[in-house]
Design a protein around this ligand. Sequence first.
Ligand code: PLP
Length: 397
Amino acid sequence: MSNRIRKVSGSSQTKAVRNRIENKGHKEHSQPIFVTSSFEFDSAEEMRAAFADENDNNIYSRFSNPNADELVARMCALENTPAGFATASGMAAVFASVMALCKSGDHIISCSSVFGSTHTLFTKFFPRWGITTSYFDASRPEQIEKLLTPNTRMVFVETPTNPGLDVIDLEWLGKFCSNHNLILNVDNCFATPVLQKPADYGATLVTHSATKFIDGQGRVLGGLVLGREDLIKEVYLFCRSSGPAISPFNAWVLSKSLETLEVRMERHSSSALRLAEWLEFRNDLSRVIYPFLKGHPQFEIAKRQMRAGGGVVSFELNGDAKRGARFLDALSLCSLTANLGDTRTIASHPASTTHAKLTEEERLKVGITSGLVRISVGLEDPADIIADIENALNKSK
Ligand SMILES: Cc1ncc(COP(=O)(O)O)c(C=O)c1O
């Protein structure tokens, strides 16, 4: 974790634009990409000291790289966290955050509605290393109390959840975890630090799939684990040995993306709210879910802890089980692709794609019915997004 970042003072937004790798003498205005596996030393002594952590020289890009450091510094400024590590994907971040900090016999409490691959890690892989997980309904976090055991080490949540958009009260949860000395690990992928800063409510770790809104243009994969210094030290040591480091190119793309994150999130959110409000007036949908709709069960909590509702709207189609497929096939502007948080609007059907590995019972428990559609609202003119969805809804009846 090199400290060779030129840091500016100002708001977190200013830091996300201006904190940067030191200029290297060419007076380049845009930061270069450090495509190098390793870094040179001037002497044997300097090299020894680097390996002994007596200086902050970069050694090897599996450990640290200037582009990764810049991405981490900007994300730390945005999330109000003291330290972080950047990984090759969001799943590598989730995996590292657990593997580095939990051991055999430890217990995790997670909300049941988490991203499909996260759920697979918790239910299929972590038990092989003796780490077990109990689930609570994200709309009823008070259930956590009953799940607590003497071995509970971590509480893991997404808020808003994917794709059900449940919102968990972070203030309450932060206090609960602090009172019970638990690591609170919040996947902040949907809100991004522009809309919500979990560390301000006591989250000790904040994980990210940077592949989503942080990139924002559907180009590269990346992830981050951010948080308390002592915890990140363990994550760093685990990653340094196990090797999920982000590539310099991906770190460069993501760091540049942070310069526009705030304006993008404002537009994603205003267009998503406009779509959600429009969908509410249709009579062929059984549910429209968006955190900033007054009818959302946790609307008050969302208003308190989020600056805006985010870029994802979910809704449930009335009709037969095949209507979801007919709706997706009738879209012409929106993309059908396995991503979200892009400039381009994306429609997806979680039951047959991202959450297909869950059993039907598990899916229904977290509200993923066969009619549920998730829209990641992009940066096109919102009138055109609505027109495409209106056309597909009418055609698919
Ligand atoms: C909430 C959430 N967390 C984690 C991930 C995993 O991220 P990645 O695809 O970058 O590994 C995703 C991916 O969709 C996600 O939606």
